[in-house]
Write a protein that binds this ligand. Structure first.
Ligand SMILES: NC(=O)C1=CN([C@@H]2O[C@H](COP(=O)(O)OP(=O)(O)OC[C@H]3O[C@@H](n4cnc5c(N)ncnc54)[C@H](O)[C@@H]3O)[C@@H](O)[C@H]2O)C=CC1
Ligand SMILES: O=C(O)[C@@H]1CCC=N1
Length: 271
């Protein structure tokens, strides 16, 4: 069975995440999109394929998108959402990927009756290997949820939750998660240099080790603890390193503290 073509879309903000999503939708055959983006460099890669305007007042009159995708910073929401209020109606879903901004706050800013889906993707979306968790707000129809699922599936895996509060820890874990993995590559590289390895080799080793381990994790049916054990020979070298990293005050405690801090920050951005 082939999917029906993607309907007309309006994208607000074409930065790292908005651009990654737009690329995914174009790959899936999107033919009609308007993008509101003030920075010309951000849309250069899409020239000729979408209509770009630099502010909501310049959206072509009469353009009726099936979805308005909000990919601006949370701090831009208060000023921008009221300028989109004229698009609220039964034919249009609002799909937000803004950290922290909650459905009630967005509905208020849009004028009250908007069908709003709140989602949290992550940057592996740029290589269509993202992970998004989404929550359907009040009044979101099955068709609108289906459209949001198609849009988010274009950039990777999608899961839905029925409790909005879960999006805050999701933001901390999978939304920010790539940053923690990239930090691992950074500190592994620095530690390799400290042990006398040439910087170029240290960089290649760290990148390839993190990327290769991610690929193995993705391909293997084994869980991550077993994959770790597969590396750890009894009385060997890895065991010594893990005794440091897995000490109760080390990674287990630090990760739990880090995720709690990010979850709290997501809650602070509510509204
Ligand atoms: N970067 C990440 O890992 C993730 C980010 N998010 C969320 O995605 C949203 C966008 O984040 P990024 O793409 O990282 O930021 P970004 O800074 O790369 O993109 C934001 C874009 O919005 C544009 N912009 C600013 N004001 C605007 C306005 N009034 N109207 C239209 N466009 C405007 C900017 O020029 C920029 O291109 C944020 O709300 C963030 O919380 C969600 C998941 C992951
Ligand atoms: O750091 C942030 O606020 C956003 C949300 C998750 C990833 N980046």
């Amino acid at each position: 069975m082939t999917d029906s073509p993607l309907p007309p879309l309006l994208l607000i903000g074409c930065g790292k995440m908005g651009g990654a999503m737009l690329a995914g939708w174009l790959e899936r055959g999107l033919t009609e999109a308007v993008v509101v983006e003030p920075n010309p460099a951000a849309t250069a890669a899409f020239a000729g394929r979408v209509t770009v305007v630099d502010n909501p007042a310049a959206i072509p009159p009469g353009f009726r998108p099936a979805a308005v995708v909000l990919a601006i910073k949370p701090q831009e929401a208060a000023a921008t959402l009221p300028t989109l209020a004229h698009l609220v109606g039964p034919e249009t879903a609002f799909l937000s990927i803004m950290a922290g901004r909650n459905v009630a706050g967005m509905r208020t800013a849009l004028g009250g009756a908007a069908a709003v889906i709140r989602a949290m993707p992550n940057t592996p979306a740029a290589v269509r290997q993202g992970f998004t968790v989404a929550f359907p707000g009040p009044g979101v129809t099955a068709a609108q949820r289906g459209l949001a699922d198609r849009l988010l599936s274009a950039i990777g895996e999608v899961a839905w939750v029925e409790e909005e509060g879960l999006i805050d820890p999701v933001t901390a874990v999978s939304g920010g998660g790539p940053a923690y993995v990239f930090l691992l590559a950074e500190v592994l590289e620095a530690a390799a240099i400290e042990q006398g390895l040439p910087p170029d080799l240290a960089r290649r080793m760290a990148r390839a080790t993190v990327a290769g381990s991610g690929a193995l994790l993705a391909a293997s049916p084994e869980d991550s603890a077993q994959l770790r054990k597969n590396v750890t020979s009894p009385k060997g070298t890895t065991e010594r390193a893990l005794a440091v990293l897995m000490a109760p005050e080390a990674w287990p405690a630090l990760m739990s503290k880090a995720i709690a801090a990010a979850t709290d920050r997501s809650r602070e951005l509510a509204g």
